[in-house]
Design a protein around this ligand. Structure first.
Ligand code: NAD
Ligand code: AKB
Length: 331
């Protein structure tokens, strides 16, 4: 099955494509880069980050150190490598951005403007840039948050993502740059640690449950948030990038719902595997961020336009997370 779907994708993809991943060392980039290399070929996917790449990323294809704020170096790579698609993943996430608002705003916005301007000038074929559920705010309806609704984010990260959505839509409408985007929920994965967000508890909890049988959560027990397991996020990302352009009814960013749960619900799912596991709660500054985000969002537009779908529910994801992290810690 996996072989057939990879084959189908290879068959459909443009063999001339050359892909640049910016932010390949992060939680998403470290997995997305490897998946793109399976589809397009190792040498066709150039991985970049401001810090070193994980060994499997650096060892399986081209890797360069790149500060995406350095527009000249970015231009050099794009021209020299004849890049046709960019996945721009570099950003400062919600928790870290609240600690350093202005530098975070600068990185999140200036990096995107560098990418968009060069994409326009060099006629790059497609751009992927992720948005987030952080675009919503305390005045947004919390349940089944519609694709189009009140958006008044009150975090630096959320404001930068909302501004980014407006800019990518603008570049599509004004200059024809083929921009594509998903509003990711909190992403859960076992390969690379999460990068300083509000949803990071849902990764940390697995490591602590396995190693110490207890976890002190920085969000309260009833903080429901939308989340998604990384394989589903990677598939959705590649699916929206490979979708027929004519099918995409919007160029801001698609709501992606995944699975919604609270820390208490995740803890009881883990307890099914580790009965002695105990969770305690000491909410910190991230509680206010979580309170301003939706509990569950409506992703019907993505399902209708390009067939968004998921393989993992809470129970399946928990089983895989516990097995994979246990194996990783053993080795
Ligand atoms: P991450 O923090 O794990 O990775 C980001 C990477 O960007 C890091 O490896 C970092 O070194 C790199 N980076 C930072 N500044 C850079 C610069 N100036 N030049 C080049 N590289 C730089 O983040 P992630 O979780 O992989 O997220 C990737 C993208 O997805 C971000 O735009 C984020 O906002 C978005 N997103 C993530 C989640 C999630 O739960 N992980 C949810 C919603 C949206
Ligand atoms: C964060 O918590 O900042 C990210 C996100 C939902 O954008 N995981």
């Amino acid at each position: 099955m996996v072989f057939l779907s990879t084959f189908a994708r290879n068959f459909n993809s443009n063999w001339m494509d050359k892909i640049l991943v910016i932010g390949c060392s992060g939680q998403i980039g470290s997995e997305l880069t490897l998946e793109l290399r399976k589809i397009y070929g190792d040498s066709k996917v150039i991985a970049t980050d401001i810090r070193p790449a994980p060994p499997d990323v650096a060892g399986s294809g081209p890797f360069e150190i790149l500060d995406v704020l350095d527009a000249s170096k970015l231009q050099l790579i794009l021209e020299h490598e004849k890049v046709t698609q960019i996945y721009h993943l570099a950003a400062i996430l919600s928790g870290n951005a609240e600690k350093r608002p202005l530098p975070s705003w600068d990185i999140n916005m200036r990096s995107l403007m560098n990418v968009l301007e060069l994409a326009r000038e060099l006629k790059i074929r497609k751009i992927f840039w992720p948005s987030s559920i952080a675009v919503f705010g305390p005045t947004t309806p919390r349940f089944d948050t519609p694709q189009f609704t009140i958006m008044e984010p009150n975090t630096v990260y959320g404001i930068s993502k909302l501004a980014g959505e407006r800019w990518i839509e603008y570049y599509f409408n004004k200059y024809g740059v083929d921009t594509r985007s998903l509003r990711y929920p909190g992403l859960i994965s076992y390969k690379t640690e999460a990068g300083g967000g509000t949803t990071d508890y849902a990764v940390e909890i697995f490591y602590e449950a396995i190693q110490h049988k207890k976890y002190d959560c920085f969000l309260g027990p009833e903080s429901a948030l939308p989340m998604m397991f990384m394989p589903d996020a990677i598939k959705a990302t590649i699916d929206v990038m490979e979708a027929d352009s004519a099918k995409l009814s919007l160029r801001s960013s698609y709501n992606v719902a995944g699975i919604s749960f609270t820390p208490a619900v995740l803890a009881s799912e883990i307890k099914k595997h580790i009965p002695e596991f105990e969770i305690t709660y000491t909410p910190d500054f991230r509680q206010a961020i979580a309170n301003s985000w939706p509990a569950r969002i409506d992703d019907s537009v993505a399902k209708k336009d390009w067939g968004l779908n998921y393989q993992y529910d809470l129970s399946k994801m928990t089983t895989v997370m516990l097995n994979e992290i246990s194996n990783k810690l053993r080795s």
